[in-house]
Design a protein around this ligand. Structure first.
Ligand SMILES: [Zn+2]
Length: 310
């Protein structure tokens, strides 16, 4: 069975006139309903503080609480409202729940907000409060996954995720992104440090790159690296802001291109780890492109997980 992890309180993170707005999730959920795709909807719980602390500094968690209460932005891009402290814990909880579902053999897509891959241990940035996928990766490891692969196809480099696991050989971070572009990191020379050297793999691409370049990167660069790393679970930072119609960035990926990338990561999960695959929503700011791309990815999960695996 394919699951979507979603909580109506994700809509309570009010950002005002901002690209990362609740209408993104409303458009996705409306299209899923209209399409009649066979997915089960799962409501997550808030991530416990003990699990958030595995990635974030306690002082930062207190800061998020204070800034939410007083509605003070965490940085110029990252606005918060009174409910954001609560919603950010629910977003991290969504990542955790998606991983539990993936461990149980279901394909899972966490349709969460705020996104996470620009969040650092001690600071939020780029619309992100907590690093949902990093909290999820630590959770997967506690559940027995020794090696975690994170593939990030958001148009922006996941600087927070890379930083968190930069010296860690148990989490392989792969990112394809527009470069040079926000946040400025993600050159091919950034490959990890210490024990983590060789476990960060960046594929910076010029503006205008489309399906062919992305699929090449996933098939020819990620696939062999993933087979060698041999993950116990595959996690995806799925932003849809590399779409041709996205207003923020300058790439040219189509809905079909995202489906193809989903099918490649799904085949990696099938080959390496009995199909354990959990996808987390990151960016994507054109409502039509975003919702249709999410539906296309769900179609791939449904095709792969529709039958009960033995
Ligand atoms: Zn992005």
């Amino acid at each position: 069975m394919t699951s979507i992890v979603y909580h109506p309180d994700y809509l309570l993170h009010e950002t005002g006139n901002h690209p990362e707005r609740k209408e993104r999730l409303l458009a996705i959920m409306r299209l899923i309903e209209e399409s009649g795709i066979n997915v089960q909807r799962i409501e997550p719980e808030k991530a416990p503080i003990e699990q958030i602390i595995c990635v974030h500094d306690p002082e930062y968690i207190e800061k998020v609480k204070y800034h939410s209460e007083h509605e003070i932005p965490l940085d110029p891009d990252t606005v918060v409202c009174r409910d954001s402290y609560h919603v950010a814990m629910l977003a991290a909880g969504g990542a955790i729940r998606a991983i539990d579902l993936a461990m149980g053999g279901d394909g899972a897509f966490a349709l969460l907000r705020p996104p996470g891959h620009h969040a650092f241990p001690g600071r939020g940035s780029g619309f992100c409060i907590y690093n949902n996928i990093a909290i999820g990766a630590k959770h997967a490891q506690r559940k027995g996954c020794k090696r975690v692969l994170i593939a990030d196809w958001d148009v922006h480099h996941g600087n927070g995720t890379q930083h968190i696991f930069y010296d860690d050989s148990s989490v392989f971070y792969f990112s394809v992104h527009q470069y040079p572009y926000y946040p400025g990191t993600g050159s091919a020379g950034e490959t990890g440090e210490g024990d983590g050297r060789g476990y960060t793999l960046n594929v910076p691409l010029p503006a205008g790159s489309g399906d062919a370049m992305y699929i090449y990167a996933f098939e020819r660069i990620l696939m062999p690296a993933a087979r060698e790393f041999d993950p116990d679970i595959v996690l995806v930072s799925a932003g849809f802001d590399a779409h041709l119609d996205d207003p923020l960035a300058g790439m040219a990926v189509t809905t079909t291109g995202f489906a193809k990338m989903a099918s490649i990561v799904s085949s990696i999960a099938d080959k390496c780890c009995v199909g354990r695959l959990a996808i987390m929503l990151e960016g994507g700011y054109n409502l039509h492109a975003l919702s249709h791309s999410v539906l296309a990815v769900l179609g791939v999960l449904e095709a792969n997980h529709g039958d009960v695996k033995t």
